[in-house]
Design a protein around this ligand. Structure first.
Ligand code: HEM
Length: 398
């Protein structure tokens, strides 16, 4: 006999300012409400526990990406841009495009960039140490990725501020058409045109990651148009994510000086420490899936064609999975967090993100004893990302 389980229902708006300012109490409420919760405001489902989020991410046959990984269902309304041929695609298309990026972004391939990224970080940190006081977001968390990532892809210097504007469009675009969405899209035309102009073979340096994608057209793995779309994926997914990640790391170390000291005394903890930042203050908070068939989740029936909001950041603090989940602890084994996703769509750029973080925090660890906040940081709200608008800092030299 079937067991009927009362489904949990919530009226919370996960894209409201109040929620985005401080999502953690809401995450807890959703985790405790059940394995899956109906969010009646949007007529969608939400999962906030580690087990269910991971299970959904690893079952692409049931939870697909082809109908969009935001709130909008591409089968019902036209997307604001042509869908990504990797992020918003399912096998077999996804398998083919992913294979190309997996090769180009493998840890071994990315290691080639290490020397240059470390050197850029040391130059930047040297400059900031001379200044002593600065905005950790504009002058470090944004400045560093905006220099090294487009350099690595192989695009020209001029107009790079458009990368942040486009990132804001992409990540706010996964949410509902609220004020954050409208603000991000206000000047969409010129930003989109600039981005697309950088996605052609002619715009790319001969030795960068972008041109490596175009090389996959030689063997017939990709068409010319598909190669351009994958360069667009780099420019969409590779900038804001690391900006918010580095910014959140600075924020964590400024607020937990004893953790910075522990890290400086044990440089071998560097890798784990960044994973802990990603677990604790996830720069990417959520992604959606769409069900391809009816599915039973812990006794609750979800129908076919339903949108499911996966709270990566809530899974990261699920007490069923982590001890002392609300404590920031650089000694913790934080691997298994959901901030890079998992399964077939798990972040293909994670080696780049880790390398950037290691370069920046490695350079800081050598020369900076502590970070002092000189004023209250301010938040930059985003429908998908969590991070700061400003982080006024003073560096204490070692
Ligand atoms: C801290 C930094 C980053 C975070 C937190 C992050 C997070 C994520 C997450 C959660 C996904 C999975 C999306 C899903 O399952 O629907 C993803 C996918 C992806 N990421 Fe990242 N990312 C980061 C940096 C990067 C960088 C630097 C690049 C480019 C070099 C990149 C490129 C991509 C691409 C192309 C995908 C789509 C993969 C696929 O669908 O198979 N990401 N990322």
């Amino acid at each position: 006999m079937d067991t009927l389980i009362e489904r949990a229902v919530s009226s919370v708006d996960p894209f409201s300012h109040a929620f985005l300012e401080n999502p953690y109490p809401h995450h807890e409420a959703m985790r405790e409400a059940g394995p899956v919760v109906r969010l009646e405001r949007y007529g969608i489902w939400a999962m906030a526990r580690h087990q269910e989020v991971r299970d959904a991410l690893t079952d692409w046959q049931t939870y697909c990406s082809g109908a969009g990984v935001g709130l909008s269902d591409f089968r019902k309304e036209p997307p604001w841009r042509p869908p990504s041929i990797i992020l918003e695609a399912d096998p077999p298309l996804h398998t083919r495009t992913r294979a190309v990026l997996t090769r180009i972004l493998s840890p071994a391939a990315i290691n080639v960039l290490r020397e240059r990224l470390v050197q850029e970080a040391e130059v930047l940190i040297g400059r900031l140490l001379e200044k002593r006081e600065f905005d950790g977001i504009a002058e470090l968390a944004e400045a560093y990725p905006l220099k090294v990532f487009p350099d690595s892809v192989g695009i020209a210097e001029e107009g790079r501020e458009n990368l942040l504007r486009y990132g804001s469009m992409v990540f706010n675009g996964f949410g509902p058409r609220n004020d954050l969405f409208d603000k991000a899209m206000a000047n969409a035309g010129p930003v989109r045109d600039w981005i697309m102009s950088k996605c052609s073979r002619a715009a790319l340096a001969p030795d960068g990651l972008g041109m490596q994608i175009f090389r996959a057209t030689d063997s017939g793995e990709l068409s010319e148009a598909e190669a351009g779309m994958l360069v667009r994926s780099f420019l969409s997914a590779g900038v804001d994510t690391t900006v918010y990640g580095i910014g959140n790391a600075l924020y964590c170390f400024a607020n937990h000086p004893e953790q910075w000291t522990t890290l400086r005394e044990n440089p071998s903890l560097m890798r784990l420490a960044f994973e802990e930042v990603l677990r604790f203050e996830a720069p990417v908070q959520t992604f959606f899936r769409t069900t391809t068939k009816a599915v039973d989740v812990g006794g609750v029936q979800i129908g076919e064609g339903e949108k499911v909001l996966l709270f990566l950041a809530a899974a990261n603090r699920d007490p069923r999975r982590w001890e002392r989940p609300d404590q920031f602890d650089v000694r913790r084994r934080a691997t298994g967090h959901m901030t890079f996703g998992t399964g077939i769509h798990g972040c293909v750029g994670q080696a780049v993100a880790r390398l950037e973080a290691e370069a920046v925090f490695g350079a800081l660890a050598k020369r900076v004893a502590a970070f002092e906040l000189t004023a209250e940081p301010t938040r930059r709200l985003n429908n998908t990302l969590r991070g700061l608008d400003s982080l006024p800092l003073r560096l204490v030299p070692a």
